[in-house]
Design a protein around this ligand. Structure first.
Ligand code: COA
Length: 331
């Protein structure tokens, strides 16, 4: 079977910055509380009229440029988002139109914050089996449109943005310097879905004025429980990835956890005995960008020179559903 390599990455963050100070002008909160409980200092917010597929488009162009490929080279595009541009059609279709990726099969996947790692795992299967060659996996979120800006315990946590990675087949045998996906591991537990959901907006709940008044179409979360589940799940997924590869945390050069909250990241690092210098963190600048969190972090880590040839990269993700996972990549 072939191996999958990362051919290029890109990310795009809207230019408008919303600081904790800005939020404290509309809500009873403050910078000190938000920073101490979450590590988040600011997040990005879309401009008027800027949409999920716009963010995805900018991130995708950069990933294509990085890979030195054109939209015509794409066999498939997978968009991970919990904030699709429309209920119909998929955001991936809108992205396909913007890119004019004429040959690409496209679809969205709905696994919330874990969508990018799920998408990467799906793409890996097509490439390993030789079914497809070039697959663009994109995480794009306009979280600001689905937050309840009256709920100070959730709206402070999230931000908008997009990240993309272009995957393709490695040379056989893989050449040194190729970034090889060694494994991906996916998990879920739907029985806890109520802890983090948008109750309305699908087909289960009537779209009544009361639903909108109560904010049932917006993100609703039991923060404390989610906090605990996120730590347990990402620790487990990381351990499984390492065990299956007969590696330990000492072999890992860089750890990119889902960027939800520095307290969650710190707790995971402690449990995995991962020193601070091996962890990539940018949640302070962007908040939790959900499905875009991992690809944005990956792109920034690469651009900052945090990954060298031969490094072992561990990724862990977690999100609503619950759905979580991990990936090991040899740089
Ligand atoms: N500013 C000021 N006070 C706030 C606040 C805010 N933005 N949000 C909540 N509070 C208050 C609460 O009302 C509560 O006040 P009370 O004691 O008078 O009732 C107090 O702070 C403590 O609230 P609590 O919910 O216990 O805080 P916490 O330490 O659990 O932190 C979260 C709340 C949301 C930051 C935390 O639970 C968390 O990060 N959870 C994980 C969320 C997450 O990452 N989700 C996405 C996963 S993909």
């Amino acid at each position: 079977m072939r191996k999958t390599t990362i051919l290029g990455t890109g990310s795009y963050l809207p230019s408008k910055v919303l600081t904790n100070q800005d939020i404290s002008k509309i809500l009873d909160t403050n910078d000190e509380w938000i920073v101490s409980r979450t590590g988040i200092r600011e997040r990005r917010i879309v401009a008027e009229g800027e949409t999920c597929s716009d963010l995805a488009y900018h991130a995708s162009l950069k990933a294509l440029e990085d890979a030195e490929l054109t939209p015509n080279d794409l066999d498939m595009m997978i968009v991970a988002t919990l904030t699709p541009e429309k209920r119909l059609p998929s955001t991936a279709c809108l992205l396909q139109d913007k890119l004019q990726a004429k040959k690409a099969a496209v679809y969205d996947i709905g696994v919330a914050c874990s969508g990018f790692v799920y998408g990467m795992s799906i793409a890996d299967q097509y490439i390993q089996t030789g079914t497809l060659n070039h697959i663009l996996v994109v995480g794009s979120e306009v979280m600001s449109k689905v937050l309840n800006w009256k709920d100070r315990s959730t709206c402070i946590l999230f931000g908008d943005g997009a990240g993309a990675a272009l995957l393709g087949p490695a040379k056989t045998p893989a050449k040194t310097g190729e970034k090889i996906i060694l494994s991906t591991h996916l998990f879920s537990n739907g029985s806890l879905y109520r802890l983090l959901e948008m109750p309305a907006g699908g087909t289960a709940m009537e779209w009544t004025p009361d639903v909108f008044e109560q904010g049932y179409h917006l993100v609703k979360m039991d923060g404390k429980q989610v906090f605990r589940e996120a730590i347990e799940s990402m620790v487990d997924a990381s351990k499984i990835a390492l065990q299956k590869a007969h590696k330990t945390m000492e072999d890992v050069n860089l750890f990119i956890p889902h960027q939800a909250n520095t307290r969650i990241i710190d707790a995971i690092a402690k449990r995995l005995k991962c020193p601070e210098e091996k962890i990539f963190v940018n949640v302070d600048k962007y908040g939790n960008t959900s499905g875009a969190s991992i690809p944005i972090a990956l792109d920034e880590a690469i651009k900052q020179g945090r990954l060298k040839k031969g490094d072992l990269l561990l990724i862990a993700t977690f999100g609503a559903g619950f759905a979580w996972g991990s990936a090991l990549i040899r740089w």
